[in-house]
Design a protein around this ligand. Structure first.
Ligand code: DC
Length: 238
């Protein structure tokens, strides 16, 4: 599929650790290119919120994987563009954009994302979003599992401390209370579960380009990403 000026529209996979800033980068790139943006972490968070609301996660964090797997047909996830240009996640039609960012959801999401039935269901939905190309998708397994043939794959990393600081800032800006220690512990714990689960663990695709953005400003990251996009397009045209 091509855009009006005949530039091919491609799939851009941005994977990396939690709070590495990949969502902001992915969003900004999608906006610059006129591409669709899909935050796959939001999809795992929405399933987690549904499970919490329906008593499928005990207060000690024990997850009822069978109940969650059985509920998947009842869980509809969509994205909606708001008038201010930001994107909100809808769970069965309800705007849950704020609710899915709360610490309780962050604390429960990794075990839910490790359930094979949940992964299969969401990966299928993500692949459907990419049918038309012209998409930027961020997550953990986009370059390895969802779109192994993506024309551009980026793997983003930054130290756990940098990521925790960013996350606290983001949460505070949204009016969600958060302590640095709690967020750092959550980031480290989630990294571990995401890297060690058996079903599509967080792993850099062999052909992904690495980006360590610990020392980069947002503007530098955006420019870096646009440069990689232009390189990918010239390779296709070569
Ligand atoms: O990017 P995030 O922090 O919003 O992601 C939330 C959780 O979902 C995270 O613990 C890992 C999981 N996730 C995943 O397993 N696969 C993806 N493609 C995206 C997120």
């Amino acid at each position: 599929m091509q855009s009006k000026d005949n530039t091919p529209r491609i799939i851009i996979a941005i994977d990396g650790y939690s709070s590495s800033g990949k969502s902001s980068m992915a969003k900004s790139l999608a906006k610059s290119l006129g591409y669709n943006y899909v935050d796959t972490g939001a999809m795992y968070r929405a399933v987690t919120l549904y499970a919490m609301r329906h008593g499928m996660i005990a207060t000690d964090g024990t997850v009822n994987a069978d109940a969650i797997a059985a509920a998947l047909p009842d869980i509809a996830i969509a994205f909606e563009r708001t008038p201010d240009g930001s994107q909100h996640t809808l769970l069965n039609g309800e705007d849950v954009e704020n609710a899915i960012r709360h610490m309780e959801v962050s604390n429960n999401v990794s075990p839910v994302a490790a359930i094979p039935a949940v992964r299969h269901n969401l990966v299928e939905k993500q692949q459907a979003f990419g049918m038309e190309k012209g998409i930027v998708m961020d997550g953990r397994d986009i370059g390895t599992t969802v779109f192994p043939d993506a024309e551009l794959k980026i793997f983003v990393d930054a130290s756990a401390q940098t990521r925790a600081q960013r996350r606290v800032k983001e949460l505070v800006e949204k009016g969600i209370p958060a302590s640095y220690e709690e967020v750092l512990a959550n980031v480290v714990h989630r990294d571990h579960i995401d890297e060690t689960r058996t079903e599509s663990p967080l792993r850099r695709a062999a052909d992904a380009i690495n980006l360590d953005n610990s020392e980069m400003t947002i503007e530098q990251q955006n420019q870096w990403l646009l440069d990689r996009y232009h390189e990918a397009i010239s390779k296709l045209n070569a």
